[in-house]
Design a binder for this molecule. Structure first.
Ligand code: BGC
Length: 761
């Protein structure tokens, strides 16, 4: 094989663009065949030549696992890793080298049409889930492409819109999950998003693609564009993009011209080529050869899809009506029971190998036919008898329990557009009202890719949130309804009471000038909690058929640093405590085996930077037999505790009294404990720009003021009213009107010499 340098730079340009929609170019001189890249993320959507002409719908059959919205509700990264392994096996069987996923943008608004493809409104949970998926797929010698990097949190105008985000919010909410997944799981590729980020297209954003991704996170794979996201390949290559997808001959020619004209450094192209080549070589080395005929185990993967769906279903309410006994006379209502909505629409659509529906699965469990009425149409083009609504109500009046399957059709949510409402279709809401008028025993089962409002929530006896549960979801839902599976899913996104309560609401989706992330750090539950806004179901919520008790919380500070180097002089400050170990005992106090997701939230009430009341900092899913107790250990790392200091341009753990809250949801916190961390903020000298308050926090300064006789400091020392009034005044201002500049500076010099440490703000 020739050395890389033997290929002229000009020839390398070819590899920086796709060969067609789904292939990279082959490089004969380097012995590299073309490689297949395909969607993704929750199933392999491989179009063969003929199928490609049929558009998005047709692809070679592959297992449709639950999309990210459901996967995340399992709160189980190990389970998601298993899905990843199965996806990797299917890629191998179908000859796919890189699977285009996972998608991991933050669910900033429930209206985002693509939320079904994303994990959560929380970066820690998103990062953990994405890492599981990446590790699983790549364990099979197949690459992933974590996407859409970054700040692609809506579909409206997604190919142009400028996401305008302040630096701290961008770091802590929108990049944090990516950073976590990328550093932990090392995806072979990253897909940059269509949108602009603070004025610059993601595909041309040097700060994003080079400074952050490679510089800070040490990323070594290659960056590809979303399909059509490159406007000028030369600018993109210089920014750090390596592969433009799909094919664009004009851009290839323009790059060749730019090279000849000296408008791009050959090294930039050499480097992009080298990164792509290195990954493609891994693909080739990992390939088991699709034509070995081994295929994949369709049945085992269908079973896995069902088990995952079982772990992902969230029981939102239940007054005890669930689980149903088999001999209860039920009527099943709603077309979704017969024609399931189990995945989202758009580029991620998989052609499933088989498809379970809930109606047939319920019949299989009870052992006989169950009366059914479709009630309403779920998709454009469907026809139902004009009296379908009345037939459904009539059926409800004849049975003990009406199990009503409601949800959103593909007309309502899809890649490519956002919803404008969180309501379920009005005919479905009217149907529930009319059913409730004839039968109070109603169980609602939902199929939707993002949160919907549930105006009937407290009038029905139970609500089961199935999300989009993949091709085996119907069977999983039936098993939950009949108690063959004890639900353990937890919400990875808040379900609000009203659309206008959503923290991003007034800023979403922006306009042609951009979308301002005006809610800042207060996205999702962070915002509802800060304003103490009541919600329908909080982040982390999910019921079980058993109950769990929490006891024995201990929190131990751990020494360490949030970011690499120490800026603290070792002899002045003892090793900082910046992390914590948490242990808690969880007991199954009910009659059934079940799983609980133990959630750790952390707040710092006296923080000197803007903070949300509490943030998820750790979680663990445990399975318990009735009566069983287990100790659960969760470590909160310095990296996860740190905030982004704009002043210091660094991640820092602030010192202070942290409140650690442990419980079953973000609003069902059972135990809490305060722990003192010293933090690792660097030493910062007091200056004339420091306020009186900041200076007084320093014991040496405070003592000097207390001892001062006469003048401004005499007054300050003697009079608390003066202190209160001037507490936020910079010392320079006080110096100005007291003519004490030299004295104050002298005091500061004395204080600074002792290493007093007011932290950065
Ligand atoms: C989507 C990507 C997808 C690509 C290829 C784009 O429109 O945003 O997520 O991987 O198409 O289908």
């Amino acid at each position: 094989m020739p050395m890389m340098t033997q290929i002229p730079t000009e020839a390398k340009i070819v590899l920086t663009g796709g060969k067609d929609f789904w292939h990279t170019h082959a490089v004969e001189e380097a012995g590299l065949p073309q490689v297949v890249l395909t969607d993704g993320p929750h199933g392999v959507r491989l179009q063969d030549g003929e199928a490609a002409e049929l558009g998005l719908r047709q692809a070679i059959p592959a297992t449709c696992f639950p999309p990210a919205v459901a996967l995340a509700s399992s709160w189980d990264p190990a389970l998601v890793e298993q899905v990843g392994q199965a996806l990797g096996e299917e890629c191998q069987a179908l000859g796919v080298g890189i699977l285009l996923g996972p998608g991991m943008n933050i669910k900033r608004s429930p209206l985002c049409g693509r939320n079904f493809e994303y994990f959560s409104e929380d970066p820690l949970l998103s990062g953990a889930m994405a890492a599981g998926m990446i590790e699983g797929v790549q364990s099979q010698g197949v690459g992933t492409s974590v996407k859409h990097f970054a700040a692609n949190n809506q579909e409206t105008d997604r190919q142009r819109r400028d996401s305008q985000i302040d630096e701290r919010t961008l770091r802590e909410i929108y990049l944090r999950g990516f950073g976590k997944a990328i550093r932990q799981a090392k995806p072979w590729t990253v897909m940059c998003s269509y949108n602009r980020l603070n004025g610059t297209y993601a595909s041309e954003n040097h700060w994003l693609l080079t400074d952050i991704l490679r510089g800070e996170w040490g990323y070594e794979g290659f960056v590809m564009s979303d399909w059509g996201a490159v406007h000028d390949r030369v600018t993109s290559l210089i920014a750090g993009l390596d592969l433009e997808m799909p094919v664009n001959d004009d851009h290839e020619r323009a790059t060749t011209r730019a090279l000849a004209a000296g408008a791009i450094d050959p090294e930039v192209i050499d480097q992009a080529y080298a990164r792509i080549e290195a990954v493609l070589r891994k693909v080739v080395d990992g390939s088991r050869g699709a034509d070995d005929g081994a295929g994949f185990d369709v049945i085992a993967h269908h079973d896995l899809a069902r088990q995952v769906a079982e772990q992902s279903i969230v029981l939102l309410t239940n007054d005890g009506v669930l689980p149903l006994e088999r001999d209860v006379k039920v009527g099943v209502i709603g077309e979704f029971a017969r024609t399931p909505r189990y995945q989202g629409a758009g580029s991620s659509r998989v052609n499933p190998t088989r498809l379970d529906n809930a109606l047939a699965s319920i019949e299989a469990i009870v052992g006989h036919e169950v009366p059914f009425a479709p009630g309403f149409i779920t998709a454009t083009g469907q026809t139902l008898p004009p009296d379908a609504h009345d037939q459904a109500v009539a059926l409800a009046s004849e049975v003990e329990v009406a199990v009503v399957f409601l949800g959103l059709g593909e007309d309502h949510e899809s890649e490519g557009f956002d919803r404008t409402t969180m309501d379920l279709p009005s005919e479905q809401l009217a149907l529930v009202d009319d059913i409730l008028a004839v039968n109070r025993n109603v169980v609602v089962v939902l199929a939707n890719g993002a949160a919907v409002l549930l105006p009937f929530g407290d009038r029905v006896r139970a609500v089961v949130e199935g999300w989009l549960p993949g091709q085996a979801g119907g069977a999983a839902l039936a098993k939950v309804v009949y108690g063959l599976v004890n639900p353990s899913g937890k919400l990875a996104e808040t379900i609000p009471l009203r659309l206008q309560d959503v923290p991003s609401h007034v800023h979403f989706p922006g306009d042609r000038t951009g979308v301002r992330y005006g809610e800042g750090l207060f996205a999702g539950y962070r915002g509802y909690d800060a304003t103490q806004t009541p919600v329908a179901f909080p982040f982390g919520h999910g019921l079980s058929y058993t109950s769990f008790a929490y006891s024995g919380l201990t929190v131990t500070p751990v020494a360490g640093r949030s970011s690499g180097e120490s800026t603290v002089e070792a002899e002045l400050v003892p090793p900082p405590t910046t992390a914590m170990n948490i242990t808690v005992t969880v007991t199954n106090t009910g009659q059934r085996a079940g799983a609980e997701v133990v959630q750790v939230y952390v707040g710092l009430p006296a923080s000197k930077v803007v903070r949300v009341p509490r943030e998820l900092k750790g979680f663990a899913k445990v399975v318990l037999e009735p009566g069983q107790s287990v100790p659960v250990e969760i470590t909160v790392s310095a990296e996860d505790l740190a905030y982004w200091s704009v002043a210091e341009q660094s991640w820092l753990v602030e010192g202070g009294e942290y409140v650690v809250m442990v419980g079953s949801s973000s609003r069902d916190l059972r135990l809490s404990q305060t722990v003192s961390l010293s933090g690792d903020e660097p030493w910062r000298p007091l200056t004339m720009e420091s306020t009186l308050g900041e200076a007084m926090a320093n014991p040496v300064f405070a003592q000097a003021v207390a001892q001062a006789q006469g003048g401004v400091f005499g007054e300050v020392g003697a009079d608390s009213e003066t202190v209160r009034m001037m507490i936020d005044s910079p010392l320079s201002v006080i110096a100005g009107f007291s003519s004490l500049g030299a004295q104050i500076q002298g005091l500061l010099d004395q204080v600074n010499a002792t290493g007093g440490r007011p932290g950065p703000r």
